[in-house]
Structures are given as C-alpha cells and as structure tokens.
Write a protein of this length. Sequence first.
Length: 157
Amino acid sequence: MLSTRFVVEGKPLPQPRGKIVTIKLRNGQVRSSVVVPDKHPIHDWKFAVVDGWRFERVKIDGPIAAVIDIVASRPDTLRWVRKPMPRLRDTRHVGDADNYAKAILDALNGKAYDDDAQICELLVRRWIASGAEDPHAVVELRELDTADATPQLTLFD
C-alpha cells in the first residue's frame, strides 16, 4: 500500500467562497461560473501544498484515506512568558475544517491522485500552534485496500 506524509510550511488558508461571474456570449446565451480572483492568497497556499508534495512524488491510484492537521498561528491572547504554551485544539471560528481540507485536496487533485473522488476517508484536525511552532499543515495520504471494508481512520474505540 502506498502512502505519503509531508509538511506544508506557512499559514494554512481555507478555500474561499468564489464569486459568480456571468458572461454574455455573442449568440445571446448567458454563461455563469464561480471563480476565485487571481490575486487571492489561496493560490499561493495551493502552490505551497504542491511544493510540499513534490518531495515525495507519490501518486496513488486506488481509494485513499487522508489525514490533515491544520496548525494555526498562536494568537497574542494565548501567549505567556512564564507558563508553557502547548499545542491546543482550535475552537475559534476562523474557518471551517472542511474548507481547509478542500483547499489542500483541490491543490493535490491530478497530482497526488487522479481525482478527489478517490478520497474515501477524511480526518481533519485544527490546532493552535505551541509557543515554538510556526503555522503549517501536515498532510498524510494512504492507499486503502479495496477488499478490506473496515475503516482505517478510527476516532473512537
């Protein structure tokens, strides 16, 4: 079974909502599509995701289990001088976990796997960085056995 694990340095970004753009064609028809503006920072983040994957260059053909750890920067209100600053669960309302995963999985689509429909199991965890950590994301992709239907990512026993 193939697997890959890599770190993406930098501030993780959730996939933004796109803007609806409507174009009137010469034949009178109207065509609409949803786009994210070219200057949006999500494009730089997606390049960083692909850059992190390039060190591994593992392409998975079968069903996939994905584990994504999002480590956000530590806010000033949670910085202390004399107390330890461990990693904390991120319960702030700064972005939905599924939108963080969507940005990462979209960036890897066609590179680490042919289609994101191959993702059968997905686990996304959001964290606030410890005192010494910089913001980053850790992505792990594992190929699943098609004959074994037992879940690979179990949260509760």
